[in-house]
Ligand binder design. Structure first.
Ligand code: HEC
Length: 123
């Protein structure tokens, strides 16, 4: 009787460990896979937008709303040239929000930072 119990315990320990390990691997596999998928998708979408959509969208916005005064290619017209401007982003945001001389304010309402970054990216 004693011997049988001992034998059972000896057999049960590795068996239990084996089962737990197996469940662990399966759960890890499922979770790991899901997390990878969830992480991969939004990132991929963001990168695509940064590469094409968002940049040209703000580019179109600036062409439509600023080129009338600042000239084709923003190289100067009624307003000064904006390509290669010496102003920093903060100063541009400030002018967009408050206007300056003949430059009306709030032309890029809510997009000031984005437009400023875009202007600084132009060469
Ligand atoms: C109605 C014409 C007009 C439009 C439209 C216009 N601007 Fe201007 N902008 C001006 C004028 C005029 C000045 C010069 C103001 C001054 O120095 O007195 C100016 C100045 C600026 C300056 C400062 C440049 C410098 O070197 O001092 C920035 C930056 C600027 N505009 C950005 C923009 C952006 C971005 C847009 C589009 C969202 C825009 N402007 C649309 C007329 C315009």
């Amino acid at each position: 009787m004693k011997q049988t119990l001992k034998g059972l315990t000896v057999a049960a320990v590795p068996a239990t460990l084996g089962i737990l390990f197996g469940i662990g691997v399966i759960l890890y596999g499922i979770n790991g896979h899901k997390t990878e998928e969830a992480a991969a998708k939004p990132e991929g979408t963001k990168q695509e937008q940064a590469a094409g959509g968002a940049t040209s969208e703000i580019g179109n916005f600036v062409t439509q709303n600023c080129a009338t005064c600042h000239g084709q290619g923003l190289k100067g017209g009624f307003g000064p040239k904006l390509v290669g401007t010496a102003l920093d982003e903060k100063a541009i945001v400030d002018i967009l929000k408050n206007g300056k001389g003949q430059m009306p304010k709030d032309l890029a309402k809510g997009k000031e930072e984005e437009v400023a970054k875009y202007l600084k990216s132009l060469k």
